[in-house]
Design a protein around this ligand. Structure first.
Ligand code: HEM
Ligand code: HEM
Length: 465
């Protein structure tokens, strides 16, 4: 094995191996499709004549991009990895890999029909990240409930007395997404100011109570596992879980500062956005401190650098989010490209890098196959340089836009100022999509053998299985 973290490869039953890999593989397909569509959207902003077809108009490709990268790539990758984590930390096989596979096909079917309907112009209007017509939302909700049920039954069947901290985050994420999704589609919240408040609640909690929860849950398993040592502080992990639950659900209104949403609700959202620094730095600090004294392992491993980048991305971009919530900053940044910079710093710089770290760190352990370290390095650097180019250029465009608007200049003046930076976003996006092609080849290289290894003895207490 070339990655030292892989030497003590555990085994797991073949059915769990297969279904985990299938989730990761399908997530990778949606990553390729979703980010290629993102690239098309980006090109159109500085070259409007590019692909001038109604079904590829900006208003259609934008939600197609966001739904595929959020519900396809990020969700499927994290769900697949989470199913593996709940099984390993409970030291039992996954409860019903068959049901998990049915859920996977339900995800895939809704994603495909969602893509076709959005490109055909069939949607619920400007309801960001929930543009799909309701039957598709029902399909997706059913898939989430099934996956959550499989995860819950696996943890319930555990052979250890305690529930490992990863599973708090993972089961919490499944519970919260179900509540969130149902609330956001309730018919009486679909109009007027109530709709705006629910939109903010939905958008931010999808990020904080779903992607963040699953990414942290997977990290709390994979990082100590790859470093071969326990997490820095179990108590900080639990503190992060409860404070995330305390502060996140009430920050949605920070998306609508200076809007007709009640002033007190906006102020509450700002206050709780500051409170969010507690779980963010408890999580970032705890996981980064787990690396203390392990720089050699990071240098030798190809998975750990993804985790280090993702954790730094989590701490820095969330702090940026807290800054954006203050009225004095929001007056410049709201409605501008700065928010798009924050979205990619978080969803890519944090969530996507963590998902990649976990794929490279865990999948070879269960399939027994590794990608070429050179190809993983190419993936890492293309993705990192790509996302930095994207985030820096688009954030600078946002600052120019904000200053132009506050100074009362014409809208077209802000477009002219931002346009060169949109080209830089496309250049960054090209590198990112290039890195995804390399990642797809690496996933293929890690595909499972037909037969897997026998189960080893349980590990020493204090570190996850
Ligand atoms: C302390 C934690 C965070 C705070 C306080 C925060 C704050 C904010 C604020 C104020 C906005 C709205 C900006 C505006 O429209 O004017 C925003 C947007 C956004 N944030 Fe965060 N953020 C945090 C962490 C995260 C994380 C961890 C993620 C992803 C996992 C994320 C993803 C997003 C996305 C995708 C948007 C754009 C939503 C839209 O379409 O308008 N944020 N954030
Ligand atoms: C896994 C990778 C990616 C994720 C998770 C992701 C996520 C997102 C999110 C959440 C938004 C909504 C932003 C907001 O409203 O604030 C968005 C918009 C967008 N993304 Fe991505 N993205 C990814 C990769 C890419 C790539 C590679 C490109 C190529 C340039 C790209 C181009 C765009 C464009 C052009 C928009 C629309 C921005 C606008 O409306 O001004 N994205 N993406």
């Amino acid at each position: 094995m070339r990655d030292p973290g892989l030497t003590a490869a555990p085994s797991i039953d073949p059915a769990t191996v297969r279904v985990t890999f299938e989730y990761v593989a399908w997530a990778t397909v949606w990553l390729l499709v979703g980010t290629t569509i993102g690239l098309v959207a980006s090109i159109k902003l500085h070259w409007p004549e590019f692909l001038p077809y109604a079904w590829l108009s900006f208003g259609r490709v934008r939600p197609a991009h966001t739904s595929l990268v959020l519900l396809g790539w990020s969700s499927l990758a994290l769900v697949g990895l989470s199913l593996y984590v709940v099984a390993r930390t409970s030291r039992v096989p996954l409860w019903s890999p068959r049901l998990a596979r049915i859920a996977l096909w339900l995800w895939n079917l809704t994603l495909l029909v969602g893509l076709v309907t959005l490109l055909a112009g069939v949607n619920r209007g400007p309801q960001e990240y929930r543009e799909w017509v309701w039957p598709l939302a029902v399909g997706l909700a059913a898939a989430v409930v099934i996956d959550g049920y499989v995860a819950y039954r696996t943890v319930a069947a555990r052979t250890l007395p305690e529930v490992y901290v990863s599973n708090w985050y993972i089961l919490g994420g499944f519970c919260y997404l179900a509540i969130l999704y149902v609330t956001s589609y309730l018919p009486f919240y679909q109009a007027g100011l109530g709709n705006t408040v629910v939109q903010g609640y939905y958008m931010h909690n999808a990020m904080g109570m779903w992607f963040t929860q699953l990414a942290l849950g997977v990290s709390y398993y994979a990082i100590p596992r790859l470093l071969g040592r326990p997490i820095y502080s179990y108590a900080l992990g639990v503190l992060g879980f409860w404070t995330n639950l305390l502060f996140y659900p009430l920050i949605g209104a920070h998306h609508f500062i200076f809007s007709p949403v009640p002033w007190w609700l906006q102020s509450t959202a700002i206050l709780f956005s500051v409170g969010m620094m507690v779980p963010v730095w408890a999580g970032t600090g705890n996981l980064l401190l787990t690396f203390k004294g392990g720089s050699g392992a990071v240098r030798r491993s190809y998975a750990l650098p993804f985790f280090v980048t993702g954790l730094i991305g989590y701490g820095l971009s969330s702090t940026q989010g807290t800054m954006e919530a203050f009225r004095s900053a929001n007056i410049y940044w709201h409605f501008t490209n700065f928010t798009v910079g924050h979205s990619h710093a978080t969803m890519y710089g944090f969530i996507t890098f963590i998902a990649w770290g976990a794929v490279y760190g865990l999948v070879p352990r269960l399939t027994g196959r590794e990608p070429s370290p050179l190809a993983v390095g190419v993936h890492f650097w293309l993705a990192l340089v790509g996302v930095l180019t994207y985030v820096v250029s688009i954030s600078a465009a946002g600052i120019l836009q904000g200053f132009a608007w506050v100074a009362g200049q014409s809208f077209i003046a802000s477009v002219i100022a931002a346009e060169p930076l949109w080209l830089w976003r496309t250049i960054g996006g090209l590198l990112m999509v290039g890195s995804h092609v390399v990642f797809a080849a690496n996933v293929w290289a890690m595909r499972p053998h037909r037969v897997t290894m026998p189960a080893p003895a349980p590990d020493a207490a204090g570190s996850p299985a």
